[in-house]
Design a protein around this ligand. Structure first.
Ligand code: SF4
Length: 306
């Protein structure tokens, strides 16, 4: 079977495109075939760097993973206690730190983790590590103690909407990918949830929530007015805060327009649209602020080759 690098769209892809075109290229084109041993070393390096995660991104993702595990278990009748969930979190926390420190990550094992900080020689002090752990534990505890978790548990599991890891839908010929943390039916309405472990940036999230609503509207044929999307904040200082986002057909049309423009902008830089062919030189570098936290410094900026 031959894999083809098909063009698709996601919010994170759009974010990278806006941040730095060259980074976008590395992440969506430059890495391709990097899993093949006979491939060029630079391509293999890009593939390896693509999967590094900063400590902030990583902590958010492990909290999400544990919450997902708890909900999946609950769905099949298994009740996971807070102390059990915290134990899973701590185990994962310690093992990821160890794997990253021991350089077990090679880019090929999907479970192995490598911190961006370890790759670029940035020390994560014991104090920072302790703060990360505290942040993760607080988020998980806040989730368990929340009214929303109570509401979810009281909703018959038949009304939970099955969510695979990667959801996708066809938007005017482009495959759009997204992941929704949780969704359920309440009467004739659908409520979508997104857990936030970071600070409040409502404006940034409106597109994301709009996309969720578009997915539900297109996939399940549910009228926009019957969809509510909610951001639920789990972090210290924002715990219990919920931002609700009501959807209407006008709002959905705005989301469609954002999608159209973004897809068009990305395709404009391709050498050949049907074959999704991209050439590195066509993707400008935005050297500056973003470089300090960029996975690809080692293949992009001079002096980082080794
Ligand atoms: S190092 Fe800077 S210029 Fe290079 S890809 Fe990253 S953000 Fe872009």
């Amino acid at each position: 079977m031959v894999f083809r690098n098909e063009f698709s769209w996601s919010k994170s892809r759009d974010g990278l495109f806006k941040e730095c075109r060259r980074k976008y290229f590395f992440n969506h084109y430059g890495f391709w075939n990097g899993w093949i041993a006979a491939e060029d070393d630079r391509v293999k390096r890009i593939y390896y760097l693509k999967k590094l995660a900063t400590k902030e991104v990583w902590v958010g993702s492990i909290v999400h993973e544990v919450i997902e595990f708890v909900l999946r278990k609950f769905r099949v009748g298994e009740d996971i206690s807070l102390s059990h969930a915290l134990a899973i979190l701590r185990k994962r926390f310690d093992s990821d730190f160890e794997i990253s420190r021991l350089k077990e990550y090679t880019g090929f094992m999907s479970k192995a983790h490598r911190f961006f900080e370890d790759e670029y020689g940035i020390d994560i002090s014991d104090e920072e590590r302790g703060e990360l752990m505290k942040k993760a534990e607080t988020c998980l505890t806040n989730f368990f103690n929340s009214d929303i978790f109570m509401e979810i548990r009281q909703t018959p599991v038949e009304d939970w909407i099955t969510l695979e890891d990667f959801l996708s839908f066809d938007f005017e010929g482009t495959q759009v990918y997204l992941s929704i943390d949780f969704a359920m039916r309440v009467g004739n309405k659908v409520i979508l949830y997104d857990w936030k472990t970071g600070g409040e940036r409502k404006a940034d999230y409106e597109l994301q929530l709009g996309l969720y609503a578009l997915y539900v509207a297109e996939k399940f044929g549910i009228p926009a007015e019957n969809i509510t999307a909610k951001m639920f904040y789990l972090g210290l200082g924002t715990e219990g805060k919920v931002d609700s986002f009501e959807v209407d057909s006008e709002r959905l049309e705005e989301v469609r327009q954002v999608l159209r423009e973004s897809v068009l902008g990305m395709k404009k830089l391709l050498r050949d649209v049907p074959s999704n062919e991209a050439v590195e030189e066509d993707f400008e570098k935005s050297e500056g602020y973003w470089c300090s936290r960029c996975n690809f410094r080692k293949v992009c900026l001079e002096g980082w080759e080794s």
